[in-house]
Design a protein around this ligand. Structure first.
Ligand code: G3P
Ligand code: MG
Length: 384
């Protein structure tokens, strides 16, 4: 059977469109998995009336653990296989800072989980607030380290260690202690604890946040403060001290840098998805060519009729996705993200997270759906 690139794509039913999903408030709510999410992803994996497989990735502002751990959690919750190539967390693009800074203070998350993530990214000297609180407990007068925290804290003399950058990877579990330490370092001489710069503008410590969500959806009935609220608090304290506006660099949605990063991840993932099919088809061709050729049997050809080389992957000239459906629950991050950077992204707002359907979204989505399954059904019907 002659198979052209187009037929292989059509035959194999790999969609020209794609999906990207926010996680908190769309797929999960805290420890709970949103029930419709399983069926939604199953549909995209091919269980739909068109037998079409639709590539998808996840873009969350969440973090605090490795992308590998996040994939394991999603795979278990959704009963599918999610790989690291499909997942972007708030701090994932912070890998680009590895060559820039030597001593980094990583803030947020449980115990030393974020230290491990930063080390996996390649940061050499990674410190956490627990190390500082172990070095000198009077840094945070009202808080004593638990035995568990003492066990993960490192012995470091911070009077001799200049912090070059503060990376807030995940939500702080101790706002008082973390803010006390962050402000001290931002007002210090060269990032050394226990010192004060004569002029705050001399302080060159970098300050990076994995996202700016003011609130996020958990398993509680009302939204909870996120990293964006922490930024407001830190900026207010810094303003109070210095009369100056705090300079920060933000990652995550809705930032443009995150969008560019996501487009690369999606393009690679679509390539993966398609090349799996091409591998499979080439394998079938190879097996078929070992069997006596019937006269109707021809080798696969490309659209111009030239024979498809065994190594010729269909995906070499993979065009960008015709439409990327982005499903989110927070207008200020998800809808703004999908609406701001490329018209081929189609924003869908669901009512299972921060947005509940009883307010006017600050950023207008192209479609509002009850939940992620309705969003997937709507998009597939829209495409066929
Ligand atoms: O801490 C994560 C939260 O702010 C939002 O995560 O998945 O909705 O982008 P997500
Ligand atoms: Mg969300």
């Amino acid at each position: 059977t002659v198979r052209t690139r187009k037929q292989i794509i059509d035959h194999e039913r790999v969609a020209s469109y794609a999906f990207a999903f926010d996680i908190d408030g769309v797929i999960v709510r805290g420890p709970e998995t949103i029930p419709e999410a399983r069926d939604a992803l199953r549909m995209l994996n091919g269980d739909n009336k068109y037998n079409i497989k639709v590539p998808y990735i996840f873009i969350t502002n969440g973090g605090g653990r490795s992308e590998k751990a996040r994939c394991r959690d999603l795979s278990k919750r959704l009963n599918i296989t999610v790989t690291e190539d499909q997942v972007i967390q708030g701090h994932t693009p912070m890998k680009d800072l590895v060559p820039v800074y030597k001593n980094v203070l990583v803030v947020g998350g449980m115990l030393d989980s974020c230290r491990k993530v930063a080390q996996d990214y390649g940061f050499k000297n990674v410190y956490i607030p627990l190390d500082i609180m172990k070095w000198n407990p009077s840094v945070t007068p009202y808080y004593q380290l638990s035995d568990e925290e003492k066990a993960v804290a490192r012995d470091v003399d911070f009077s001799k260690v200049p912090i070059d950058a503060i990376l807030v990877f995940a939500d702080s579990r101790n706002w008082a202690a973390d803010q006390q330490i962050i402000l001290e370092i931002l007002l210090s001489k060269n990032g050394v604890m226990g010192t004060v710069a004569k002029d705050p503008s001399e302080n060159k410590v970098g300050l990076y946040f994995a996202h700016s969500d003011f609130v996020w959806a958990t398993d509680y009935g009302l939204s909870r403060y996120g990293m964006g609220a922490l930024q407001v608090s830190i900026a207010a304290l810094y303003q109070e001290h210095t009369g100056r506006e705090l300079q920060v660099t933000r990652f995550g949605k809705p930032q443009r840098g995150t969008f560019r990063f996501a487009e690369k991840v999606l393009s690679n993932w679509r390539r993966n998805t398609l090349s799996e099919h091409v591998e499979q088809l080439n394998l079938e061709d190879a097996e078929a060519s070992d069997s006596p050729l019937s006269d109707s049997e021809d080798e696969a050809t490309d659209t111009e009729g030239a024979p498809l080389e065994q190594t010729d992957k269909l995906v070499l000239d993979l065009p960008p996705a015709s439409t990327v459906y982005f499903v989110g629950d927070t207008p200020e991050s998800d809808i703004r993200f999908a609406n701001s950077h490329d018209s081929s992204w189609y924003s869908i707002l669901v009512k299972t997270g921060v947005f509940q359907g009883n307010t006017t979204p600050k950023y207008q989505p192209k479609k509002i759906c009850e939940n992620v399954l309705e969003a997937v059904k709507f998009a597939i019907e829209r495409e066929h």
